[in-house]
Design a protein around this ligand. Structure first.
Ligand code: GAR
Length: 200
């Protein structure tokens, strides 16, 4: 499956996906990394890994989210992309885009969904005093962070944890389960209608 990774920042999950996809039997090929910010650090890392990159800056489109997404969609189509993995892509996507890519659009989220949808998940987990936190690979549906789970990984919240220590523990698991989740979707083992819900 010709796969694009969409990023907004440093792209550590992107690197994990690129590395996993190098295996000969991996069912997804990373053909493009695209960012909504020209200064996203991950673009350089993708270039260094020999992956084609594109940047579609959302700012000139102002509040017109769909116009931005049409420009992004054009780049994806030109590169014959079949599957999209969001990896720290910090733009909320409109129903137009999500419906267009339904079943072929996945995300990694830094919490055990349905807990802590949205942003600042680690701070909110600490504030809530939960004993376990983690991350979720899920299909994207129009409602934010509400799509069916493909894989989850749990980590303990330890005494003395702060946002930095907790996010580092979660990120390590993100790098482990996102490649697994991508492989499940690219191989057809997980589908939007019937996600292979599993705990990793
Ligand atoms: C990751 O923790 C990812 O789960 C999170 O952003 C970080 C990106 O890091 N994504 C979201 O919060 C999406 N709502 P990375 O650029 O190093 O992969």
């Amino acid at each position: 499956m010709r796969t694009a990774i969409l990023i907004s920042g440093r792209g550590s999950n992107m690197v994990a996906l690129i590395e996993a996809a190098r295996a000969a039997d991996f069912p997804a090929e990373i053909v493009l990394v695209a960012a909504n910010r020209p200064d996203a650090g991950g673009l350089e890392r993708a270039n260094a890994a020999g992956i084609a990159t594109a940047s579609v800056d959302h700012r000139p489109f102002g509040k017109d989210r769909e116009a931005f997404e049409r420009a992004l969609d054009e780049v994806l189509r030109t590169n014959q992309v079949e599957l999209i993995a969001l990896a720290g892509f910090m733009r909320v996507l409109t129903p137009w885009f999500v419906t267009r890519w339904q079943g072929r659009l996945i995300n990694i989220h830094p919490s055990l969904l349905p807990d802590f949808r949205g942003t600042h998940t680690h701070a909110r987990a600490l504030e809530a005093g939960v004993a376990e936190h983690g991350c979720t690979v899920h299909f994207v549906v129009p409602e934010l962070d509400a799509g069916p789970t493909i894989l989850q990984a749990n980590v303990p919240v330890l005494p003395g944890d702060d946002e930095a220590s907790l996010s580092a523990r979660v990120l390590k698991q993100e790098h482990r389960i996102y490649p697994q989740g991508l492989a499940l979707v690219a191989s057809g083992a997980a589908r939007l209608e019937d996600p292979a819900a599993a705990s990793a």
